[in-house]
Design a protein around this ligand. Structure first.
Ligand code: BEZ
Length: 218
């Protein structure tokens, strides 16, 4: 993916939103923050996605995570569309939605879908989603086309992994869910792991006799 990607700093842009003007770095503050774009207001998949974000807002708040939506429609359009989202989903849209009619933000945030254009031939945003850390750096990105709605359970799962990996020297294995064992980061020696993980760890015996697959609980 060219442009903004994992490890890059979030550009510190001023953006117009349904909650007024927002400075991106001030908005992130000390929190993990999800910035997600959608192709356009008053479209079917986007209505289901932003409704799901509203329904999941408590789960994100419990984790101290902030949300910011974004498309190239203007603030007035977002405000009108929010009435539809709330009617469809039955949940209040409590997070801000940013407006980018000039396509400046989506370019800088690597959210342009080259295959999707509006009636006047201008590019539309992809279904991009960046999770930004408290250090204002991109920790994880999803990039979906207009035809494919995202899975909000996967967003929560990935967020839980990121938060846990920011607190301990661990990584999370395939299909991991909160509460399941994690693996110890390869950079941690067995001696360090004994001190670092008071509950101990289990090393999986492998044909290579290398002890890199170590499960623990944190
Ligand atoms: C949708 O949200 O349903 C959508 C938006 C743009 C292109 C295709 C689908």
């Amino acid at each position: 993916m060219p442009g903004l990607t994992i490890g890059d700093s979030l550009p510190n842009l001023q953006v117009d939103t349904t909650h007024g003007k927002i400075n991106l770095h001030d908005y992130v503050g000390d929190s993990f923050t999800i910035i997600f774009s959608h192709p356009g207001d008053f479209t079917p998949v986007c209505t289901t996605e932003l409704g799901a974000m509203a329904a999941y807002a408590d789960k994100f708040a419990q984790r101290g995570v902030k949300l910011l939506g974004l498309s190239c429609d203007d603030v007035q359009s977002h405000k009108e569309w929010i009435k539809d989202i709330e009617a469809y989903n039955g949940k209040k849209v409590t997070y801000p939605i940013a407006a980018d009619p000039n396509r400046e933000i989506i370019k800088q945030l690597n959210m342009v879908d080259p295959d999707e254009k509006d009636a006047s031939g201008q590019n539309l945003p992809s279904r991009a989603l960046h999770i930004v850390g408290p250090d204002k750096k991109i920790k994880l990105s999803f990039l979906y086309p207009a035809s494919t709605g995202r899975n909000m359970d996967e967003v929560v799962r990935a967020l839980d992994s990121l938060i846990k990996a920011s607190q301990h020297k661990i990584a999370t294995p395939v299909n991991w869910k909160e509460g399941e064992p994690v693996v110890i980061a390869p950079s941690v020696s067995n001696d360090e792991a004994r001190k670092m993980f008071p509950k101990g760890f289990q090393t999986v015996d492998l044909p290579s006799n290398k002890d890199y697959l170590r499960f623990t609980s944190v």
